[in-house]
Ligand binder design. Structure first.
Ligand SMILES: [Zn+2]
Length: 755
C-alpha cells in the first residue's frame, strides 16, 4: 500500500477522526460512482441518415460519416431478437445488477490460466459499456466496465440497456446495430425477422472480426443452430419453429438498402432518422411511371424528368421524384431538378388570372387585347404566332395566349404580381420586379417545380379554407381559375379530351423559350401534381413542350391517385366547401361557391365587363366582390359592339358575326396616312436597273415626339420618332402593317403587294 494512502486510512488516531475519514472516503467513493458514467454513453457517435415513409417504412438511407451502416438508435428491441440475444450472451441478464459474479469469476480464472483474455464473462450491460468506450480488452478494463455497468443499471431499465446494445453492436464489416444488420443481411426491418434470422443476428456480434457472413460460415451456422436448440429447450420456441428455423440458410452477400425517393432522401437531415410525408406505395408507383416515361423521353433527347405530388389536405408531398432514373448513366442524373430554378414559361399565368379577379381588375370573361404590341422593346408573340384581336380572359388563360397575358399583367402591375408570387412561396424571384418586367408572365423568371407545385396546392388549400398562407384567398376568384384550367384547349394533335376523361383536373402547361423547359401542373380537390421535363444541363429539344412532353406524365400520375372518396374511409360525410379535408376527398370537382361567397352583377355577355347603360341584354353572374369596382363595358356604343381598330382587325376573321366596324368613331391616337384605309393594292416601283424600291408607309400621331414600333405581319421591322415614315419592300401578297405607341395604342392596316 502506498504511504500516502496508509496515512490517510490510519489518520491522526489520537484525535479520533478515523471514522470521519472513513465516512468521507465512503462519500467520495459513492460520489465517484454516481458521476463515473458519462451522461451520453455514445456521445460523438455518428449515425446513418435514415428516411422513412409516412407509414414508417424505409424509403432510403445514407451511410454514416465514418463509413459505417449505423442506424440512429431505437428505443425498443424486437422480442425475438431480445430473447435470442439474452439466451446466447447473458442468460442471467434480467436478474443480475449489471455484473454476473459467477460468470465473471469463471472467466477470470480462465483468463489467468491462459495469460490473456480467452473468455468474456461480460454481461450485456458490460458489453454496452465496452462498445461505448472502445478500449482494449484487458483485465483492468473489464473491472472498469463492471463498475460502469453497475452504474448503468441504476440509470437505465433492462430494456433500455438491450436497446443500447442492439443499436451499437458490431455485426461484421461496416454494419453496426441491429436495424442496419437486418436490412443489409435480410432486406427487412428487424421487427419482421424470423426466429432463425433473429438467432443469426444474435450470434454475429460475438466475434464479428473472425466470424461474419463472409467467412467462417460453417462455424456461424453451428453457433446459430446451437442457439436455436437452446431456445427450443428453454421453451422459447415450439418444435415446429425450431425445425423450420434450422432449415433457413444463412444470408449471402449484403443487400442494397431500399432506394426510393432518392433526391428527397438527399435533402433530409444527415445522421438522424426522419419520418416523411411520402406514401410508400404511391411513391413506388409514381417512380415507376416517371422512370418509364423518362426512358421514352430519353430517346427524344430529353434526359431529365421530375414529378411531385402534394396532398392538398396537408400541403405536404406524398410522392417526390427529383429526377427520374437517378441510377441511369448520364450527366445531371443526380441533380434534383424539382428543386432547381428553371424558366417558368407560362406556368405562372393562373396566379395572375386569379389575382386580377380577386382584386377586381377584370371579371372572369373580360375581353383582353390580343394585338401586336411593343412595350419598351418587348414584343410578345403567341405560341402559334397569331393574333386574335380580343379574347376573354378565361379563354386566354385556358389557351395560354401570351399577348393577352402581357396586357393583363400591365393592367395588374408587375411589382404587385412579383410580390404575389413571392408570397406564394416562389423563393427564386430574387431580383427587383423591374428586372423581369412584363416578361415575368412569359417565363422571364425562374422557379422550382417543387415551389410552383406548392403554390398551386396553396390555391386549393386556400379555396377549401385550409390555409391562410396563400395571398390568393377569394374562393370565387379561385373557382373561376380552376374552371378556366379545366377547359384546356390547345392546338395540339393530342386528343386531350380522351386523356382527360379519366379524371377531372385543373391543369396548366408551360414551355420556356428555346424549348428548354416543359411544365405541367394539375390540381384536383385532393391532390396537386407537378411535372417538369427537359435537360438539367439546359439544352433545348425541338418539339419539347409542356403539353406534349410533360402533360402525358401528369395524366399518368393523375390516374394513379385514389379516386374521389376512395381509400379515405367510407364514413366521411360530404362537407361544405370549407368543411375541411374530408370533403375534398369526396369532391370530384371543386364545388361552385354560392351567392354568399360572390356577388351577383350584371355583366355584358359580349365584352365580359360590368354591363354599361348601352349594353344590350346583360347577364347576371356571380363575381368576386371586388369585381363590382371594375370598369364598365367600353365597347358598346348605342347598343352596337365596336372594338378599337387594331383589335377589330384581328378579331373579325375569327368572329364572322362581328359587324361593328361600319359606324364606329376613331378614338385612337394615330392613323395611317399612307396607305389610307385597309385593303388597298400597292405596286412597288422599280429602278432602271430592275431593282425593287421600297414603298414609304406613313403614320400620323397626335403627339409628334413619341416613338412608334412597326410590325409587318407579326415581325418587328423598325421604329420611328418625330417623322413616322418607314420604307419597306414586302413580298408580293397580302400583309398587315401594325404600329404601336408607348401607351400600347395601335394602328393596323392591311394591303396587298402586287406581283
Ligand atoms: Zn357591353
Amino acid at each position: 500500500m502506498r504511504p500516502w494512502l496508509q496515512k490517510l486510512l490510519k489518520g491522526p488516531s489520537a484525535s479520533g477522526g478515523g471514522s470521519y475519514l472513513w465516512e468521507g472516503l465512503a462519500a467520495a467513493i459513492i460520489l465517484a460512482f454516481l458521476f463515473c458514467l458519462p451522461r451520453d454513453l455514445f456521445r460523438g457517435t455518428v449515425y446513418s441518415t435514415v428516411v422513412d415513409s409516412a407509414e414508417g417504412e424505409l424509403l432510403g438511407a445514407r451511410i454514416a460519416a465514418d463509413e459505417q451502416w449505423r442506424f440512429p438508435p431505437c428505443d425498443t428491441v424486437p422480442e425475438r431478437f431480445a430473447t435470442a440475444l439474452v439466451q446466447f450472451e447473458d442468460r442471467q441478464f434480467w436478474w443480475h445488477p449489471g455484473v454476473n459474479p459467477v460468470a465473471l469469476g469463471r472467466a477470470f480464472v480462465d483468463n489467468l490460466k491462459a495469460g490473456h483474455v480467452v473468455s468474456g464473462g461480460s454481461t450485456l450491460s458490460m458489453q454496452v459499456i465496452r462498445i461505448s468506450r472502445g478500449r482494449e480488452r484487458t483485465v483492468w478494463q473489464k473491472m472498469v466496465e463492471a463498475v460502469l455497468a453497475l452504474r448503468l443499471e441504476l440509470r437505465c431499465s433492462k430494456r433500455e440497456i438491450l436497446a443500447l446494445y442492439a443499436s451499437h453492436a458490431p455485426f461484421g464489416g461496416n454494419v453496426v446495430g441491429l436495424e442496419a444488420a437486418s436490412w443489409r443481411y435480410f432486406g427487412r426491418p428487424a421487427s419482421e425477422l424470423s426466429w432463425g434470422e433473429s438467432a443469426t443476428l444474435a450470434v454475429l456480434p460475438n466475434a464479428p472480426a473472425t466470424l461474419h457472413l463472409g467467412k467462417g460460415r460453417d462455424e456461424l451456422l453451428a453457433k446459430r443452430n446451437r442457439l436455436l436448440e437452446r431456445l427450443y429447450k428453454h421453451g422459447d420456441i415450439s418444435r415446429e419453429t425450431y425445425e423450420g428455423a434450422l432449415e433457413e440458410p444463412l444470408p449471402s452477400a449484403p443487400l442494397p438498402l431500399p432506394s426510393l425517393a432518392f433526391h428527397y432522401v438527399e435533402q433530409c437531415p444527415r445522421g438522424v432518422r426522419t419520418q416523411t410525408s411520402l406514401r410508400i406505395q404511391l411513391q413506388k408507383a409514381v417512380e415507376e411511371v416517371a422512370f418509364r416515361r423518362s426512358d421514352e423521353l430519353a430517346v427524344e433527347g430529353v434526359a431529365d424528368l421530375a414529378v411531385v405530388v402534394i396532398d392538398n389536405a396537408t400541403g405536404l408531398p406524398v410522392a417526390y421524384v427529383g429526377n427520374a432514373s437517378p441510377e441511369r448513366e448520364r450527366p445531371g442524373a443526380r441533380v434534383d431538378i424539382a428543386a432547381s430554378p428553371r424558366s417558368t414559361g407560362s406556368i405562372l399565368k393562373p396566379f395572375l388570372y386569379a389575382a386580377a379577379l380577386q382584386e377586381g381588375v377584370i371579371l372572369p370573361r373580360t375581353l383582353l387585347p390580343d394585338v401586336p404590341v411593343n412595350l419598351s422593346g418587348f414584343a410578345p408573340q403567341n405560341f402559334d404566332r397569331q393574333f386574335y384581336g380580343a379574347v376573354p380572359a378565361a379563354e386566354a388563360l385556358a389557351r395560354s395566349l401570351n399577348v393577352p397575358s402581357v396586357f393583363l399583367l400591365r393592367m395588374y402591375g408587375v411589382p404587385k404580381f412579383h410580390t404575389l408570387l413571392q408570397q406564394s412561396g416562389l423563393s427564386t424571384l430574387t431580383h427587383e420586379a423591374s428586372h423581369y418586367g412584363l416578361s415575368l408572365i412569359l417565363g422571364g423568371g425562374e422557379a422550382r417545380l417543387w415551389e410552383v407545385t406548392q403554390a398551386y396546392a396553396g390555391m386549393v388549400r386556400s379555396y377549401y379554407g385550409l390555409s391562410s398562407a396563400s395571398p390568393l384567398h377569394d374562393p370565387m376568384a379561385l373557382w373561376y381559375t380552376f374552371e378556366a384550367l379545366k377547359e384546356v384547349n390547345r392546338p395540339d394533335e393530342l386528343d386531350w379530351r380522351l386523356i382527360r376523361s379519366v379524371r377531372k383536373a385543373a391543369w396548366k402547361t408551360g414551355t420556356s423559350y428555346g424549348f428548354r423547359d416543359a411544365w405541367a401542373v394539375g390540381m384536383t380537390p385532393a391532390y396537386t401534381i407537378g411535372v417538369w421535363a427537359g435537360n438539367a444541363e439546359g439544352q433545348g429539344v425541338p418539339g419539347l413542350t409542356g403539353a406534349r412532353t410533360a402533360g402525358p406524365v401528369l395524366f399518368d400520375v393523375l390516374n394513379l391517385l385514389p379516386g374521389s372518396g376512395a381509400g379515405f374511409g367510407s364514413g366521411a360525410e360530404p362537407g361544405s366547401r370549407r368543411g375541411g379535408n374530408r370533403s375534398m376527398f369526396m369532391d370530384d370537382w371543386f364545388p361552385e361557391p354560392d351567392a354568399e361567397t360572390g356577388v351577383l352583377a350584371a355583366v355584358c355577355p359580349q365584352s365580359g365587363y360590368l354591363a354599361g347603360p348601352s349594353c344590350p341584354s346583360p347577364e347576371l353572374q356571380l363575381i368576386p366582390a371586388a369585381g363590382l369596382e371594375s370598369d364598365p363595358c367600353p365597347y358598346h356604343d348605342n347598343g352596337e359592339f365596336v372594338l378599337p381598330p387594331a383589335m377589330e382587325w384581328f378579331y373579325k376573321p375569327h368572329h364572322p358575326e362581328y359587324s361593328g366596324a361600319s359606324s364606329h368613331r376613331s378614338t385612337t391616337a394615330m392613323e395611317f396616312i399612307y396607305p389610307t384605309g385597309s385593303g388597298s393594292t400597292l405596286y412597288l416601283p422599280r429602278q432602271l436597273s430592275g431593282e425593287v424600291e421600297g414603298v414609304v408607309f406613313r403614320v400620323a400621331h397626335h403627339r409628334s415626339d413619341v416613338t412608334l414600333w412597326w410590325h409587318l405581319d407579326n415581325d418587328y421591322v423598325g421604329e420611328t420618332r418625330f417623322i413616322h415614315e418607314l420604307r419597306l419592300a414586302p413580298s408580293p401578297g397580302r400583309h398587315i402593317l401594325t404600329v404601336v405607341d408607348p401607351a400600347g395604342d395601335t394602328a393596323a392596316i392591311s394591303f396587298t403587294i402586287a406581283e
